[in-house]
Design a protein around this ligand. Structure first.
Ligand code: TXA
Ligand code: MG
Length: 328
């Protein structure tokens, strides 16, 4: 199979619609990361997503729809707080989990009675979803466990010859995956932190829980139990620049060691190889995955340094960075 990368226009959208309706997959851009999409009503097509990615078959998928899609045709109940949050943040990087009407293939939610729904704000994603006018099940378009893709080139590196079409919408502005929010209870609960932060949600609806499963407890968002976001080279996380330099001094047998850190830490590491995440929270979110992918190409060892700011979207950034480093 030859993988084509096409800019989004009338022609490529037509081709994308044909592929999706034939039960094939199409990669499309979103404001967070690229998604590997298939028709959510078509079980064989949804199952092929799991095969292409090598994804464990108990990790459910998010369904993507355009902004005018009737969500109540897919889910049975949208609580008041969820309507308020949808009003405030959608289209955007917030995925909401509802009780399912079981209209899409059971393969989407891996047999759970809930359905995760996302309305991306990316212009190209909206065009694609509007054009196909179907719910599109899509995980991030990377090989399972690898770093999520924030450009068409990242997708090509992972899925070359495994998908027919990558719709190229440029670099993703957000850079980490959407917040996954359980909306089946009395109040919202964050299952995966992301670009819509707990603080932002609480400003709208007063209270938001965070699901942190204890050892042995059932995980509500199955994806969170797996190893994720890892570059193809060893990586370690240090808390401070001093700790990172000590680690570096003791590291033996590596020829190309890179420090992955925020800009203010980079300033203290003159003469060293740097993967600079930038200065602001949103710069760090947007650059994290491309820095990890650049790192695995150039480095034979990455020493990451924890950025000093916490809360807001940094909760999501730190969560991904820790997972990439095998911690958390
Ligand atoms: O930003 C994003 O969310 C990207 C883009 C492509 O939209 N998608 C993405 O999908 O990150 P994926 O498959 O890599 O992660 C989906 C997460 C997983 O942690 C999964 O367990 C959780 O959402 N999830 C999906 N359906 C669920 C459900 N019914 N209940 C609880 N968690 C669910
Ligand atoms: Mg993923």
């Amino acid at each position: 199979m030859i993988t084509e990368i096409l800019k989004i226009d009338e022609n490529s959208l037509k081709r994308a619609k044909n592929l999706i309706t034939e039960g094939k997959t199409v990669v499309f851009p979103t404001e967070t990361v690229y998604g590997l999409g298939a028709n959510a009503f078509d079980t064989a097509a949804v199952e092929s997503i799991f095969k292409i990615k090598g994804r464990p078959n108990d990790n459910p998928l998010i369904v993507h729809v355009h902004k005018d899609y009737d969500i109540l045709s897919l889910v049975s109940f949208v609580p008041g707080y969820a309507k308020k949050l949808a009003e405030a943040f959608l289209p955007g990087p917030l995925t909401m989990v509802y009780k399912s009407r079981n209209k899409v293939s059971p393969a989407v939610s891996c047999g759970l009675d809930t359905l995760a729904v996302r309305i991306p704000s990316h212009k190209g994603a909206q065009e694609f979803l509007k054009y196909v006018n179907l719910p599109v099940a899509a995980p991030s378009a990377n090989v399972s466990k690898h770093v999520s893709p924030t450009s068409a080139e990242h997708v090509y590196y992972d899925l070359k010859d495994k998908v027919e079409l990558i719709l190229d919408g440029g670099a993703c502005s957000g850079g980490i995956e959407s917040t996954v929010l359980d909306c089946t209870g009395e109040y919202p609960v964050i299952l995966r932190s992301g670009l819509v932060s707990k603080e932002m949600i609480e400003r709208e609806v007063g209270f938001c829980g965070v699901h942190c499963p204890k050892a042995g407890e059932r995980v509500l968002s199955p994806g969170m139990k797996y190893k994720h976001y890892s570059p193809d080279c060893p990586i370690t996380l240090c808390d401070t620049v001093d700790e990172a330099l000590r680690y570096y001094d003791n590291l033996q047998g590596y020829k190309s060691v890179y420090f992955l850190c925020e800009d203010c830490a980079a300033q203290k590491l003159t003469g060293k190889n740097i993967l600079n995440l930038g200065k602001t929270d949103s710069e760090m979110a947007a650059s994290l995955y491309s820095a990890l992918r650049e790192g695995e190409k150039k480095a034979d060892y990455i020493i990451a340094i924890t950025p000093h700011c916490e809360g807001g979207i940094m909760t999501g950034v730190l969560n991904r960075l820790k997972k990439a480093c095998g911690k958390g």
